[in-house]
Design a binder for this molecule. Sequence first.
Ligand SMILES: *Cc1c(COP(=O)(O)O)cnc(C)c1O
Length: 387
Amino acid sequence: MRSGFLPFSQPMLGEEEIEAVVGCLRSGWLTTGTVVKEFERDFAAYVGGKHAVAVNSCTAALHLALEAVGIGPGDEVITCPMTFAATVAVIEHLGGRPVLVDCEATSLNLDPSQIEARITPRTKAILPVHFGGQPCDMDPILEIARAHGLAVVEDAAHALPSRYRGRMVGTLGDITCFSFYATKTLTTGEGGMAVTNHDDYAERMRLMHLHGMSHDAWKRYQQNGSWSYEILAPGFKYNLTDIAASIGIHQLRRCEGFHARRLRIARDYTAALSGRDGLETPRVADERGHAWHLTENLDIDRDTFMRRLTAMNIGASVHFIPAHLHPYYRQKYGFQPGDFPNAFSAFQRIVSLPIYPKMTDQDVDDVIGSVRTLVEEHRQCNVSSTA
Ligand SMILES: *Cc1c(COP(=O)(O)O)cnc(C)c1O
């Protein structure tokens, strides 16, 4: 057994990030300013989008995106239960109604073949979630959206960088939302980005992300700026700080390197763990790129497995508790666990293993060794293997 505990996730921060933060503190300008502008420019160029609006979380980006495409009271937004609670909560914030469509059993992404049956005259948008960084099958989703005049807002919290049929996630739907939370593929501590090719959506999100103010603070405090401003709409307080953006600029430069390392770990996991009785490793559709962020499926009692893994000093997690199982949504919409059978079945069996660039080869071997030991022991005890 390994001696120290291996956390489920750890950020990869170097001297560049530390020096950039110190530089920002010394500059005297802490909140949204030129560093955020630079981060937005770099990010838009990297994913190939026209506009990038930096905000303080992916949740904020999703909220602004749905507001910008016009979601209001009574509007329906089609999304997937296999996601983090924030994806669904932002629909509720705007008075909209989340309409859940089950995920595909293998990719755990929104199943395009089930979307059309759920479209009503109140449907306004589709909100696909790129589970574990593997892009949803976007061509049929975009086609359905076009045919019915629906907006497509993507939850790409795990999908940086990810490609779908050669195109970067960030250039596919109307607005794409990324997360820079501490456990995501790139971090600014807390942060997010909304990327769009539409000038009007970008303008609306810029307005609403800082109080609905006609000028942003940075412009107002410039020597040639004006102190005056007007409130054009009751906006939110979702701006990113220059402190956070100074971390993000350096993280972004290392994004491809981080990706290559995660890919390598995923390959090692797949090679060592696939084809074993009782284990199912993630499947990646050939024509879709994958950011390899999360997940190993297991066919044994999940909660026991997690407890044992933790006792063996390996941190693990579960992504996700499907939205329809949470009390608020169960009570409000009368959901039953079996309403979305693929999401429910995956939830009962799924375990996310550590996969981050800071892991050493020894860390990866320790995870593999512990998982193998558990699966073998489990079979010996004959607890509940269904394989
Ligand atoms: C992490 C996550 C979010 C929320 O991101 P924040 O930046 O923490 O707001 C949204 N959706 C999914 C799928 C996530 O994993």
